[in-house]
Design a protein around this ligand. Structure first.
Ligand SMILES: O=C(O)CCC(=O)C(=O)O
Ligand SMILES: [Fe+2]
Length: 252
């Protein structure tokens, strides 16, 4: 059991001691051009370890297998084990507490170049996903809210798949997603990630996926955040509601 006060103290000290304005500036530049940037510097190793330990316990305790496809994203496959926000909040302590930590929100806002807010729709605040079987993948999709902060806990080498690809500057039309059209029209960026990495993505206008895992395992926790514009928009949540539904379903 981690002492949350100690973790928050370590986070504050990390930001005070290691605040490198150049890292944030570089990440901001990359984020504005490419819709994503590595931000592994936002948390110290102690906090990353506490998050990783909780992810590992919760996957074993509450992970549910999903195998789904949605019309709203052209039936791209989602094959994974996941743990919902409700399960994380009731069975764990670290992830739900770090989610709203002020130093993290402040750094993310600097990287994004605009305020980053906790998500007003609870089920999309944080989730855990584990790709563990040959062919497991989080297929091409957009998210409902503007930002995602992904903590990489475990990840196979790129040779075995499970890396992130994205197409920034794309808009999600839920009636006509046009994913293949977006893929041939614009460049696809691929990202190599290692355990302990974090990245921030503008997920509502950056089409993204995790390529199928062939060997090994990939574990992450994804924290979703809202832009100021999201707070006043009337968003719908079809794909997320089905993906994280309490009873797993294979309907489309
Ligand atoms: O696993 C990742 O790196 C991305 C996860 C993701 O896109 C999501 O949970 O919506
Ligand atoms: Fe996503």
């Amino acid at each position: 059991m981690f002492d949350l006060n100690v973790l928050h103290q370590q986070l504050r000290e990390h930001v005070k001691r290691n605040m490198a304005p150049d890292d944030i500036k570089a990440a901001h530049r990359e984020f504005s051009y490419l819709g994503h940037a590595k931000v592994s510097f936002v948390a110290p190793d102690s906090v990353k370890k506490a998050v990783a330990d909780e992810v590992n316990v919760l996957i074993d305790q509450a992970g549910t297998r999903r195998d789904l496809r949605f019309a709203e994203t052209d039936y791209t496959p989602r094959r994974m084990r996941n743990v919902t926000r409700a399960e994380i909040a009731s069975l764990g302590t670290v992830i739900s507490s770090i989610y709203t930590a002020e130093p993290i929100l402040r750094m993310l806002s600097e990287v994004a170049g605009e305020p980053v807010h906790p998500c007003p729709y609870e089920p999309e605040q944080f989730v855990i996903t584990c790709l563990e079987k040959d062919g497991d993948t989080h297929g091409w999709h957009w998210d409902d809210f503007a930002f995602a902060l992904v903590w990489v806990i475990e990840c196979p080498p790129v040779e075995h798949g499970g890396f992130v690809q994205c197409v920034p500057g794309t808009i999600w039309n839920k009636q006509r997603p046009g994913i293949n059209r977006a893929l041939v029209r614009r460049p696809i960026y691929s990202m190599e990630l290692f355990p302990g990495d974090l990245y921030l993505m503008r997920t509502n206008t950056t089409l993204h996926r995790v390529t199928p895992v062939r060997q090994g395992r990939r574990k992450i926790t994804n924290m979703g955040y809202a832009s100021t514009a999201d707070l006043t928009r009337n968003l719908t949540h079809e794909t997320m509601d089905q993906l994280w539904a309490t009873a797993p379903t294979t309907e489309v």
